[in-house]
Design a protein around this ligand. Structure first.
Ligand code: AMP
Length: 115
């Protein structure tokens, strides 16, 4: 199967504005931002969607993604005012890239319900 665009970013085959990297997690700015701060937090492990996740196996990895989100939100100075974390899953969820990613959105008032 062909590599996703995010796998190519992990492999540094295509550039990205990386704001955080650890052994297991990578975070970079969304190329088409929907808020003043819009960062994608991804596991380096290839997991296509939320559907493939289970708490027992992936709990620690998800915890690392949340830790990264909190650290980045502080660095971006959006933590105190609040922010939104989003996983889109599958077709109806509006997922475009089939490598698991968590959107970190902030820097403006979010509306609800999401579109
Ligand atoms: P989703 O719709 O949840 O799958 O979100 C995919 C996100 O990836 C979208 O917000 C795109 O703007 C973003 N995106 C696609 N290609 C790139 C890229 N090369 N670098 C950064 N963000 C990207």
């Amino acid at each position: 199967m062909a590599d996703t665009i995010f796998k190519k970013i992990i492999n540094k085959e295509i550039p990205a504005d990386i704001v955080f990297e650890s052994e297991t997690v990578l975070a970079f700015r969304d190329i088409n931002p929907k808020a003043p701060t819009h960062i994608l937090i991804i596991p380096k492990l290839e997991i296509p969607t939320v559907r493939e996740l289970n708490g027992k196996e992936h709990g620690p990895l998800l915890g690392e993604m949340i830790d990264a989100a909190n650290l980045i939100a502080k660095n971006e100075e959006i933590s105190a005012d609040g922010f939104r974390l989003v996983f889109n899953c599958g077709n109806n969820g509006g997922q475009e890239v089939y490598h698991l990613h968590m959107h970190l959105l902030g820097g403006r008032q979010m509306t609800w319900p999401a579109g």
